[in-house]
Design a protein around this ligand. Structure first.
Ligand SMILES: Nc1ncnc2c1ncn2[C@@H]1O[C@H](COP(=O)(O)OP(=O)(O)OP(=O)(O)O)[C@@H](O)[C@H]1O
Ligand SMILES: O=C(O)C1=C[C@@H](O)[C@@H](O)[C@H](O)C1
Ligand SMILES: [Mg+2]
Length: 173
């Protein structure tokens, strides 16, 4: 089974995804990292040189290729992935989706660091971090809440998610 982590930038998809994959002994993939590898450019450079629409197309294409791969995996998606090109349908059809539902003040604290902003072009150019996170979460919630599973802030850790999966009879293998 493939486990797809979705949620806002800073919700911890990459961090938790890596841990869950190690816990279950399955491959970990990060959609942003796969896009960077394919494009030969970091995400901020893709946005700068080609624009967001081009990035969203690369994201959709890469997601479809990854989800068609055989075998189990944990995939950390990008923050906007479920909100474009009907990607959410692909995610829900090919694996189990988990929304990391982390509140804006927590996201703000994590992402207020300059180094974190730099690699996230939408944040780097959006003005105040907290305002962008609030507005973006409000438009994206309609997509995120279509995930099959949800963890709330404190429960977005390996032990709690593994217990939630076991209770739901879902095996990541
Ligand atoms: N459970 C947690 N507790 C505290 N800090 C965390 C937690 N999870 C992640 N972080 C920190 O928050 C920041 C963002 O985490 P991460 O990169 O995993 O988020 P993301 O959801 O993958 O973001 P993006 O959508 O931009 O790729 C990092 O500095 C990370 O160390
Ligand atoms: O929230 C978003 O739209 C994004 C989040 C990142 O993971 C990257 O996918 C990119 O910076 C866009
Ligand atoms: Mg990430």
């Amino acid at each position: 089974m493939k486990l797809f982590l979705i949620g806002m930038p800073g919700s911890g998809k990459t961090t938790l995804g890596r841990e869950l994959a190690a816990h279950f002994g399955v491959p970990f993939l990060d959609l942003d990292a796969e896009i960077v590898a394919r494009a030969g450019q970091v995400i901020s450079a893709i946005f700068l040189q080609h624009g967001e629409a081009h990035f969203r197309q690369l994201e959709a294409d890469t997601l479809r290729d990854i989800s068609a791969q055989p075998g189990p995996m944990v995939l950390a998606t990008g923050g906007g992935t479920p909100c474009f090109h009907d990607n959410l349908t692909v995610l829900n059809a090919t694996g189990v989706t988990l929304w990391l539902d982390v509140p804006v003040p927590v996201l703000t604290a994590r992402l207020a660091v300059a180094a974190e902003k730099k690699s996230r072009p939408l944040l780097a150019t959006s003005g105040p971090t907290e305002k962008w996170l609030r507005e973006t979460l409000s438009t994206r919630t309609q997509f995120y809440q279509q995930a099959q599973l949800r963890c709330a802030a404190d429960a977005c850790n390996t032990e709690a998610v593994a217990a939630q999966l076991a209770a739901a009879g879902i095996a990541v293998s």
